[in-house]
Design a protein around this ligand. Structure first.
Ligand SMILES: [Zn+2]
Ligand SMILES: [Zn+2]
Length: 449
């Protein structure tokens, strides 16, 4: 049996974990999510996250078989893709193609002889393929001819795969159409390779699974929230309306930042005793987002009483905090500033926490996040459909997924029964302590309510 590391074969569902939310989804139950990962690793079909095409590994022989099904007399070029939409002049690539004994290259869709100089615009994107062979598909003729044709095609495909590091493209010359193949688990057109699909592909806290943008958190601390930086707009700036210490007014030390704010206020005639709620939007924008290019006269008095006069632009409270958040090496300062920031769903994964390749693996056209964010009953119906008579799975998929489907089915059924016999269990909210425990658990997550 192949279980997920560390998952005992006879897990019983932790009752506590089923009791936290009436809108509980299976994604919130670690053990079921673990089995779901196993299901998707076994029966999931990977797709290219760019074009959505199903991604399959093909051997040279399978590729040859496909090419041979083209209509007789189709003229084809066998190509090794070497550069895909990248900037550069690529003289070294042309040299490499020449050295490998090929005489032509297709550059941005046009075939060139390598005897000619090929000058590319350094600042434009280019696609370069070596022309490995030019053939006409023959299907009739003597058996011997057929055999010879297949041998030549096989040789060319193998050569192209080798030179193209596992990729080969076939150009149908008259139809002006390309067919792409790969012997990797990769989109033959976009070259996006999908590493072997494994249970950890669907884990938020492994590099194989996590969204690279938010590291699997699903959200990002992106910006300073004006409502957090000014929690009480009835206060004036002099009364400490700004919650961040450096700008909280004269009662603090009135250091460099506060003096900068005072200088900007003086230049723009902003009254520091006016409640923030009564300031105009323009005035508040100066305070929060700065004076832009405009410099203001500043007299800075340091703690020894020395005075320095100079003029400089006032950066603005929010602009300053966001810059320091990005630039500081101090975990402490970052922590402090993050108190004024708000979470936004990660723009890359939209809060789904997995990387695009993991999200593009589907079972019955459904990805793992969708399947685990449904209400439990709906997920159960889906699992029943997968193992039922009219299963959308292929017989092969069903065989390899059968055991896992049963495990998921039993656990979901258990969950549904618990919810109907002990409805009160579902009314509790997560306590802070429980939430902390869950947050520490590795694959535990909470579907957005
Ligand atoms: Zn693609
Ligand atoms: Zn993300």
């Amino acid at each position: 049996m192949d279980y997920i590391d560390g998952l005992s074969p006879a897990v019983s569902i932790d009752q506590k974990s089923t009791s936290h939310n009436p809108r509980s989804t299976v994604g919130t139950v670690t053990e079921i999510y673990d089995y779901m990962r196993l299901l998707f690793a076994r029966a999931g079909i990977p797709h290219c996250p760019i074009c959505g095409r199903e991604v399959v590994k093909q051997s040279a022989e399978e590729i040859v078989d496909k090419i041979e099904t083209l209509p007789a007399s189709t003229r084809v070029l066998i190509l090794s893709p070497l550069v895909r939409a990248r900037k550069g002049t690529y003289q070294a690539v042309f040299e490499e193609i020449r050295k490998a004994g090929f005489t032509r290259a297709r550059v941005d869709g046009n075939v060139h002889s390598l005897d000619d100089e090929i000058n590319l615009d350094r600042y434009k994107q280019h696609t370069i393929e070596a022309v490995v062979d030019r053939l006409v598909i023959s299907q009739n003729g003597e058996k011997e001819d057929q055999k010879a044709a297949r041998t030549r095609l096989t040789d060319s495909v193998e050569t192209a795969l080798k030179f193209g590091e596992g990729y080969v493209s076939v150009n149908l010359v008259d139809q002006k159409q390309d067919i792409h193949f790969s012997e990797h688990l990769a989109c033959p057109e976009h070259g996006v390779s999908i590493s072997e699909v494994e249970p950890r592909t669907f884990s938020f806290n492994t590099p194989q699974g996590a969204c690279p943008d938010c590291q699997g958190l699903g959200s990002k601390l992106v910006e300073i929230d004006p409502e957090r930086i000014i929690p009480d707009p009835e206060r004036s700036l002099n009364e400490g309306a700004i919650a961040s210490m450096e700008w909280s007014g004269p009662k603090e030390e009135g250091g460099y930042y506060w003096q900068g704010l005072q200088a900007a206020a003086r230049a723009y005639r902003i009254d520091l005793d006016t409640p923030v709620s009564e300031m105009t939007k323009e005035q508040l924008d100066i305070i929060l987002y700065g004076t832009g290019e405009r410099q203001v006269q500043m007299t800075y008095r340091n703690s020894n009483g020395h005075e320095f006069r100079f003029s400089r632009a006032f950066e603005g409270v929010i602009t300053n905090l966001e810059r320091r958040y990005r630039e500081t090496n101090s975990e402490y300062i970052r922590e402090k500033i993050s108190e004024f920031m708000s979470d936004r769903p990660c723009p890359t994964c939209k809060g789904k926490r997995l990387n695009p390749a993991a999200l593009a693996v589907t079972v019955d056209d459904i990805n793992i996040i969708t399947a685990t964010s449904w209400p439990v009953l709906k997920t159960l119906e889906w699992v029943k459909k997968l193992s039922g008579k009219n299963s959308p799975l292929t017989p092969k998929q069903r065989t390899i997924a059968e055991r896992v489907l049963k495990e998921i089915h039993d656990r979901l059924t258990f969950l549904v029964n618990v919810s109907t016999t002990h409805p009160t269990r579902y009314t509790g909210r997560l306590t802070a302590g429980r939430r902390a425990v869950c947050a520490r658990r590795t694959v535990h997550w909470f579907a957005p309510a």
